[in-house]
Ligand binder design. Sequence first.
Ligand code: NDP
Length: 252
Amino acid sequence: MFVIFGNPVNHSKSPLMHNYFFKKYGINECYGRYLLENGEEIIEKFKELNIKGANVTVPHKEWAFKLADEVRGIAKEIGAVNTLVKEGDKVIGYNTDALGFLEAIQEFDYEKALIIGAGGTAKAISLVLKADIVNRSENRLKSFKNKNTFTWESLDKFDFDLIINTTSAGLKDDLLPAPKELLEKLFKNAKYAVDVIYGRDTPFLKMAKEFNLYTKTGLDMLVYQGILAMELFLGKKLNKKEAAEIYFEILR
Ligand code: NDP
């Protein structure tokens, strides 16, 4: 048995994705949702439920990082855990979001990337991708060490070929993640635009399409973070292309 911990957790696609995967491969397992109100209880609950693994979503990724018996890999740098796996009597924490993003854009041929936003997702992606960062306000930019960081006002380079929206603008509203004039300057020179939001065509991606950019929604990131989590759950490498086809089949 596996679950996703979150609050809210109703909207999560993980149960649909992973149950379909288990069914397709004839694996006798199931994957459920767990509405966890208090993040401090995450590891206690994990052990109480006697599950083999779990995913963690907003707002509990930092609690999972703090409380896991051991944290491995890139999660240590990111400071957030999105996958928990039982190993003996220990619960081990990993993060598959950042590497999932990299898998999702593996066929892109780009040299310079710009991340819009400076939140948790931007932080995770910036650790695996050479990119400059631009954000609405200055405060969160301080946590990006060894990166070129800009606010909307101070951005003075527009020669990026990959533009990534990691803000929540467009998630539940019709906002662009940066002023239209700034995006126009960026899109004029860019080749690719990626949004980490999935489930809807955001104003950011709609605008990128008007500039004939190659676009991707956050669905690919979702699928690949899921595949990397499934590899950890099963303790073996998967044929990623084949697994991605299965996940896309149920999500599209
Ligand atoms: P955070 O709350 O950590 O960060 C939010 C960032 O967005 C901040 O930089 C904030 O700027 C900026 N922002 C918020 N609203 C606006 C706005 N209206 N205009 C411009 N900038 C804005 O969010 P997360 O990093 O946790 O999540 C961001 C998005 O990533 C969410 O939409 C989430 O659904 C998605 N996501 C997708 C995944 C996938 O698998 N596809 C995985 C994980 C997340 P400021 O600092 O100025 O406040």
